[in-house]
Design a protein around this ligand. Structure first.
Ligand code: TXA
Ligand code: MG
Length: 316
């Protein structure tokens, strides 16, 4: 990815307005939350979300958390329910992420959810993060702002050490208070599930709910976040590195080829990443086997190929 000069923005009205403007332009901005510094992109812009993976050098697509300024804003994107209302009232803003079904017309890029029909969403408590989200008045997808495999950053200096030159700006407001990622609660199924322990103690949540959380079973592919993805695969067989479609196959192209849908005609990997899940869903809906053109292994191509390999893996 091209080297850029990373702006260090102060936590002032001017710095926050600049950060919001960069996000609107599809650029990456690191911002403070009470847990850790996030690496933010406008969650409605697929190529901006793809750039998160490029900047982090992350070799696989995970679902990302969307950050919003209020519970009211969260309800624009997810199907709300009574437990969500109860937890939001008790703990938002704060280090709690709720996983809920996406609602119709949500506008969130499928790359944020890695093709799932649920969204992890949270309202961070940090005043500067809050101010940025209010200024943008839109959803910001953000994993922790560290290169893949490195420790999560709790100061702007940590972010600079890892990502200087790879992102547009850092909104600097000192050290994060919690220093531990948010607790993730799954509310998309019949049970209230603890998907990831984090900065908000499970006991506190249980006290508010008046019942025990269901612990996720690491062997259950429907509840283990890392494995959620292998669960999403098209119904029909997928054949990789195809130069052309065979008889009866749909063709998912890359580069200047004749095909049913193209990940990127110009061979742009960020565009291909942004299109990946949406295109797979659309071809899957046609119910025929899918052949996929070769995608190069460099840069974002690694994560794209990881996902394609899972989609093509033999299933029971
Ligand atoms: O404190 C935090 O949560 C920080 C700050 C920046 O907000 N963010 C963070 O993001 O820790 P990340 O990308 O490192 O972790 C996101 C986690 C992943 O483990 C992912 O599997 C889970 O959230 N997740 C996100 N969406 C999900 C979904 N729809 N279903 C299940 N798990 C989901
Ligand atoms: Mg992380």
């Amino acid at each position: 990815m091209p080297q850029q000069s990373t702006e260090i923005l102060a936590a002032t009205a001017g710095g926050i307005a600049r950060a919001a403007q960069l996000l609107r332009e599809g650029r990456l901005v690191s911002f403070p939350t009470e847990t850790v510094y996030g690496l933010g992109a406008d969650a409605r812009q697929g190529e901006a979300v793809a750039a998160i993976y490029e900047a982090k050098g992350r070799p696989s697509f995970n679902p990302l958390i969307a950050h919003v300024h209020s519970a009211g804003a969260a309800r624009r994107y997810v199907q709300w329910n009574d437990v969500a209302e109860q937890l939001a009232a008790a703990f938002w803003p704060g280090p709690l992420t709720l996983v809920l079904p996406l609602r119709e017309g949500h506008g969130i890029s499928p790359l944020v959810t890695a093709g799932l029909d649920t969204l992890g969403i949270r309202v961070p408590a940090h005043p500067t993060g809050q101010a940025l989200l209010s200024e943008l008045d839109g959803p910001v997808a953000a994993p922790s702002a560290n290169p893949s495999g490195k420790i999560s950053p709790t100061t702007a200096a940590h972010v600079i050490a890892g990502l200087d030159g790879r992102i547009a700006a850092i909104l600097d407001d000192g050290a994060c208070g919690v220093g531990l990622e948010s607790t993730i609660i799954g509310l998309a199924g019949p049970e209230v599930m603890l998907l990831r322990p984090g900065g908000l103690a499970a006991e506190e949540i249980e006290t508010v709910l008046g019942r025990k959380l269901v612990q996720r079973d690491a062997h259950d592919p429907l509840t283990a976040p890392g494995q959620l993805l292998s669960h999403y695969a098209p119904g029909a067989p997928v054949r990789l590195n195809a130069e052309a479609p065979g008889e009866g196959e749909l063709f998912l192209g890359f580069g200047p080829v004749e095909c049913d849908l193209n990940l990127s005609e110009s061979g742009d990997l960020a565009e291909a990443a942004a299109n990946l899940f949406g295109h797979l869903h659309r071809l899957d809906a046609l119910g025929r086997p899918i052949a996929v053109a070769p995608v190069p292994e460099h840069g974002l191509g690694e994560a794209i190929n990881d996902r394609l390999h899972r989609a093509a893996a033999p299933r029971d």
